[in-house]
Design a protein around this ligand. Structure first.
Ligand code: SF4
Length: 376
């Protein structure tokens, strides 16, 4: 996750960096979902039966905590289809783990809105463009209206805990501006823009990914909005995901605006360290498989028959040890890149999906040969 708004304000105002003093776990508690989105990395469906019991999950939570997990993102499928979800989240609270709920919002209503906000530290609801785009992308007419009702309902109780999640693809690209205008109009405090990673239905529909030119134009627009919001005091936080290369273009734009602070920002970005799969990020899928990130083509263990501490800390797989080298040893254009210690080579899942080589360059890197040598 690249928290650009936070970086701008903390460096310009000389505030302490909001450092992640621990790891983030994304847990797909279920593969059941009431929608069938074109890009779903889990290939979720309505009839999926949960493999993980409440007991298995409850037993694992203290082990996550003991191994440095500070944030747990509740994902799926649609996590709100699990009846024990609040029980799990309460246990996290008891353990001091911060919880984020990632939902399509269709099961959020007057009856549970307050409870959701009281239980979770943050709720992200997927909105993938205007009504027409979203409904097509999510495979259900009326889903945009229902998801937006959920956003507005939660936002009416608490105006800092809710945000929208937008996945950028060829289908949603034209709606990027709409998303920002929507957030401005509805006073939504956070926009998370996720780039596509090739996994699940995202892998089956590779042609939906942006061209490099489109990605570049989209990121330029996102950066422009982040600076505009900061400069005008508009409190909408912008975060991008699954494209650590955004940090390099961001650094260049930041240098143009605040040349005297360029070195400070550079240092912050090196400390952030780019792609953190297997290092400060892990995933547990709905089958109990532990992976370096939710899109990863290989698993490193399974919590049903292995101890999480063995998987993550005591007996780490060779893959984890390689992922934890920083900066990673990545081939291709990354060898020549001056920013490898910021980006860390981007997504290993995309490299594997396209080249069949986990350590190849990220095929989605949109920076030119000159730019990766600092010549913008
Ligand atoms: S060349 Fe490699 S290290 Fe450099 S920005 Fe692109 S993906 Fe990242």
């Amino acid at each position: 996750m690249f928290r650009l708004s936070n970086l701008i304000s903390s460096v310009v105002e000389d505030k302490k960096a909001r450092s992640l003093n621990g790891s983030i776990a994304i847990w797909n508690f279920t593969n059941r979902c009431n929608l069938s989105c074109i890009h779903c990395y889990s290939k979720a469906d309505l009839n999926a039966v949960d493999t993980l019991t409440t007991e298995m999950i409850m037993d694992t939570l203290p082990k996550l905590k003991a191994n440095g997990v500070k944030f747990l993102i509740f994902s799926g499928g649609e996590p709100l289809t699990r009846k024990d979800l609040f029980e799990i989240a309460d246990k996290c609270k008891e353990l001091g783990i911060i919880t984020y709920l990632s939902t399509n919002g269709l099961y959020v209503g007057q009856k549970n809105a307050k409870k959701i906000l009281d239980t979770f530290n943050y709720v992200g609801i997927s909105i993938d463009g205007s009504e027409k785009t979203h409904d097509h992308f999510r495979g259900l007419d009326g889903s945009f209206k229902m998801s937006m009702e959920a956003v507005n309902l939660l936002n009416s109780y608490h105006d800092t805990k809710v945000g929208i999640r937008f996945t950028i693809t060829k289908e949603t690209y034209e709606d990027l501006q709409f998303i920002f205008e929507l957030a401005e109009k509805e006073n939504i405090p956070k926009i998370y823009i996720s780039h596509l990673v090739y996994s699940g239905r995202g892998l089956d529909n590779l042609e939906m990914d942006l061209t490099k030119e489109q990605r570049r134009a989209a990121v330029e627009y996102i950066l422009e909005k982040a600076f505009e919001y900061y400069e005008t005091g508009r409190e909408i936080e912008i975060v991008t995901g699954n494209m650590e290369q955004d940090a390099i273009l961001f650094l260049e734009k930041f240098r143009e605006k605040y040349p005297e602070l360029k070195d400070t920002m550079h240092k912050r970005l090196v400390e952030w360290g780019g792609n953190s799969a297997g290092r400060k990020l892990l995933n547990i899928d709905s089958e109990g498989n532990v992976k370096p990130d939710p899109f990863f083509p290989k698993m490193i263990g399974n919590i049903i028959n292995q101890d999480f501490t063995d998987i993550w800390t005591d007996k780490p797989d060779e893959l984890l040890s390689k992922l934890r080298v920083h900066p990673r040893e990545i081939s291709g254009k990354c060898v020549e890149c001056d920013y490898l210690n910021i980006c860390n080579g981007g997504s290993r899942s995309r490299a594997y999906a396209i080249y069949g080589d986990m350590w190849a360059e990220d095929p989605s890197c949109y920076l030119t040969e000159n730019e990766i040598k600092g010549q913008f």
